[in-house]
Design a protein around this ligand. Structure first.
Ligand code: HEC
Ligand code: HEC
Length: 298
């Protein structure tokens, strides 16, 4: 009787351990993963908004990717890592497969889970060719030797294995949210908004585990730092904007009703302004196709 109980407990522990194991999708030396085109990678980098988090704070060069920006959250403060091509402080020694595993699987080269403060829950839907191009672009940038400070998070959450539970519940590897409808402009917009632009990471509300609540997707939410509210960008919020109004805002920051966007959206516009006009149009068309959703109460 006793031994059955022990066996049951052991079985539960073992299966939990197995279930929360990190699963990198690509083998380190995958020969099909070669660096792509740096010129195209520059646009992937802009659409992905990588500089908004990874650029060294307090200096003007958005391509100086030394990290160290502090991201406050309920779990403590995360410090964004250095992703410059420095082989020691940054990711200069990484392979394309390492970058693909980070973005698609949320797993590090040493086989550990990343925290979802790195928005891989969105990037997981990235196309491999985009990652190959992004890799080539990142390698054209200047190495930054500085090392960011470590995360200041509670002891419990320092155990990265716990992120495995979060992934079991909320992470859908390889999935790009958003319905495709066969219109190439709309579908490109879906990819730019849902995957690369990770717009829902700010414009939605989160549950107590910090995962986006599906019913509030794009309907607005308190920023993860707990200050400010990212507005509803479904037709409930911006229904009166024309498609061209959205395109204009993504280029200049100007809105049809209240001057210019502020807060963290300023960084986003710096990125979307670098994209070709066709991409801003695609984002706008996709946003205008979203179903209206009521704004959640903060
Ligand atoms: C919202 C902020 C944010 C954005 C945007 C962001 N990252 Fe990160 N990134 C992070 C954080 C935080 C971590 C650290 C996660 C951890 O320690 O588990 C991270 C980790 C990484 C790592 C792992 C670095 C290492 O040393 O292990 C890579 C590579 C990376 N990001 C690349 C990118 C790329 C490429 C983009 C754009 C497509 C991007 N990130 C966009 C916040 C961000
Ligand atoms: C880092 C968080 C963040 C991300 C990522 C983000 N936004 Fe925003 N967005 C904001 C905030 C905050 C505001 C409010 C700005 C203000 O009030 O001045 C805003 C405002 C807007 C507005 C204007 C809404 C209104 O009613 O005035 C639109 C449209 C918008 N964002 C679209 C997008 C799109 C499209 C993306 C993805 C490409 C995106 N946002 C990504 C934080 C974000």
């Amino acid at each position: 009787m006793f031994s059955t109980a022990v066996a049951a407990v052991l079985l539960v522990l073992l299966s939990t351990w197995l279930l929360t194991r990190p699963h990198p999708r690509f083998a380190a030396g995958d020969p099909t993963l070669t660096p792509g085109d740096a010129g195209r990678g520059r646009l992937v980098f802009a659409a992905g908004g990588c500089a908004s988090c990874h650029a060294s704070p307090g200096q003007p060069d958005r391509l100086r990717l030394g990290g160290d920006l502090a991201l406050a959250s309920h779990y403590g403060t995360f410090r964004v890592p250095n992703i410059s091509p420095d082989p020691e402080a940054g990711i200069g020694s990484w392979s394309v497969a390492d970058l693909a595993n980070a973005l698609i699987s949320g797993v590090s080269p040493s086989g550990q889970h990343y925290y979802p403060a790195f928005p891989y829950a969105s990037y997981t839907g990235m196309m491999l060719d985009d990652i190959r191009d992004l890799y080539a672009f990142l390698h054209t940038l200047s190495p930054v030797p500085e090392r960011p400070q470590p995360h200041e998070i509670s002891l419990l959450f320092r155990i990265r294995r716990f992120v495995g539970f979060w992934k079991l519940l909320f992470f859908h590897e390889g999935r790009s949210e958003g319905a495709r409808n066969g219109d190439p402009v709309h579908d490109r917009g879906a990819y730019l908004v849902e995957t690369l632009g990770h717009c829902a990471e700010c414009h939605s509300s989160r549950n107590i585990f910090g995962a986006v609540k599906p019913k509030t997707r794009f309907a607005g939410g308190v920023s993860s730092e707990g200050v400010g509210f990212s507005p509803n960008i479904t037709p409930t919020g911006i229904g009166s904007w024309s498609q061209q109004d959205v395109v204009e805002m993504l280029y200049s920051g100007r809105t049809p009703d209240h001057g210019y966007v502020g807060w963290s959206m300023v960084d986003v516009v710096e990125n979307t302004a670098e994209l070709p006009e066709a991409d801003r149009l695609a984002i706008a068309r996709y946003l205008k196709s979203l179903p209206p959703r009521p704004t959640p109460h903060p």
